[in-house]
Design a protein around this ligand. Structure first.
Ligand SMILES: C[S@@+](CC[C@H](N)C(=O)[O-])C[C@H]1O[C@@H](n2cnc3c(N)ncnc32)[C@H](O)[C@@H]1O
Length: 268
C-alpha cells in the first residue's frame, strides 16, 4: 500500500484504455498504470493493458452498457474509499473515459468527497473504427460534422431523442446499438435518412477478431440479423463518407482474399 497524498488523500485518475488493442494506449496512461496502487477496470480492457499495472491490486468493475445504477453507486464509493488509503488510484475505462462512460457520476462523487481527480483521454471506438476502415469521418464536400450517439437508455435515465442530430448530410456513429439494429434503422428512415445510405457495423475494432458487415440503412436490420448475434462490442457507422470504402469492400477482384487486398487492387 502507498499511503494517500495531501491530507491522506490520493488522486483518482479516470484513464482511457483505448478501443482494445493494448498498443493504442497513451504514454501517460501507461505511466500511471505503472505507478498505480489499485486499478478499477472495465470489462473490455485488454489483459496486456492491465498487466502494465505491475504493483497494483486489480478490481474488475465491468458493467456492460452502463445500465446498473446500483453498481455505479458502488463503484463511486469504492473510488472514494480507495483514495483515502492509496496514493494513485486508476479508474480504467474502455475507449475514452468521457464518452458513454458514466464518468460524470464518478467525478461528482470524487468532488463531493474532496478527492482530487484527473482525466487521461483515450482513443474512442469511433476513431479506431474510422482508422481501420481508412474512412475519414469528415470529408470535404461530403460530411462536415459527426454525431456520436447511442439509443441505449439506462434504467435510471429518461429516454432522449438519440437520433435528433442525425440527417442525410452528416456522419453518425452509434455506440451500443448493434443489438437493436432494427430499431436504429427504423428511426433513421423516420428521420429521412435515405435507404441507400452506406452503413458499416464493425465489431471488436483494433483487435485481431475484428469483423465488418457492410450494408445500407435499408438493409441494416436484416444484415445484422442474418449474421447472428453481435458477440463483441460493435459500432454502427452511417453516412456517405463510407461509400468509397464500401465499394471496395463489397467488390472483391479475382484473387483478393480480404477487404484490404481488395482495396489495394481497387487502387484505394
Ligand atoms: C459503454 S460504451 C464505452 C465507449 C468508450 N468509452 C469509448 O470511448 O469507446 C461501450 C460501447 O462502445 C463501443 N465499443 C467499445 N469498444 C469497441 C470496439 N473495440 N469495437 C467496436 N465498438 C466498440 C460499443 O458500441 C460498445 O457497446
Amino acid at each position: 500500500m502507498n499511503p494517500g497524498g495531501i491530507n491522506g488523500r490520493g488522486t483518482v485518475y479516470l484513464v482511457g484504455a483505448g478501443p482494445g488493442a493494448p498498443d493504442l494506449l497513451t504514454l501517460r496512461a501507461a505511466e500511471l498504470l505503472k505507478r498505480a496502487d489499485i486499478v478499477f477496470h472495465d470489462a473490455l480492457v485488454h489483459p496486456e493493458t492491465l498487466a502494465l499495472a505491475v504493483n497494483a491490486e486489480k478490481v474488475a468493475v465491468g458493467k456492460r452498457c452502463g445500465r446498473h445504477s446500483t453498481a455505479q453507486r458502488f463503484i463511486n464509493k469504492r473510488l472514494v474509499d480507495a483514495a483515502r488509503i492509496h496514493r494513485v488510484v486508476v479508474r480504467l475505462k474502455g475507449g475514452d473515459p468521457l464518452l458513454f462512460g458514466r464518468a460524470q457520476e464518478e467525478i461528482d462523487a470524487l468532488q463531493a468527497a474532496g478527492i482530487p481527480c484527473e482525466i487521461v483521454p483515450g482513443i474512442t471506438a469511433a476513431l479506431a473504427v474510422a482508422a481501420e476502415l481508412k474512412v475519414p469521418l469528415t470529408q470535404r464536400g461530403v460530411a462536415r460534422n459527426v454525431v456520436l450517439t447511442t439509443p441505449r437508455v439506462g434504467q435510471d435515465e429518461r429516454g432522449s431523442d438519440w437520433a435528433a442530430g442525425i440527417h442525410a448530410g452528416n456522419t453518425a456513429v452509434v455506440y451500443m446499438g448493434a443489438g437493436m439494429a432494427a430499431a436504429v434503422a427504423k428511426e433513421l428512415r423516420a428521420r429521412g435518412v435515405p435507404a441507400d445510405t452506406p452503413v458499416a457495423v464493425v465489431e471488436n475494432a483494433s483487435l485481431p477478431s475484428r469483423s465488418d458487415r457492410w450494408c445500407t440503412v435499408g438493409t441494416l436490420a436484416e444484415t445484422v440479423a442474418a449474421a447472428g448475434p453481435v458477440a463483441g462490442p460493435a459500432l454502427i457507422v452511417i453516412g456517405e463518407v463510407l461509400r468509397r470504402a464500401q465499394q471496395c469492400a463489397t467488390f472483391t477482384p479475382a484473387g483478393a482474399q480480404n477487404f484490404h487486398e481488395a482495396a489495394v487492387q481497387a487502387g484505394r
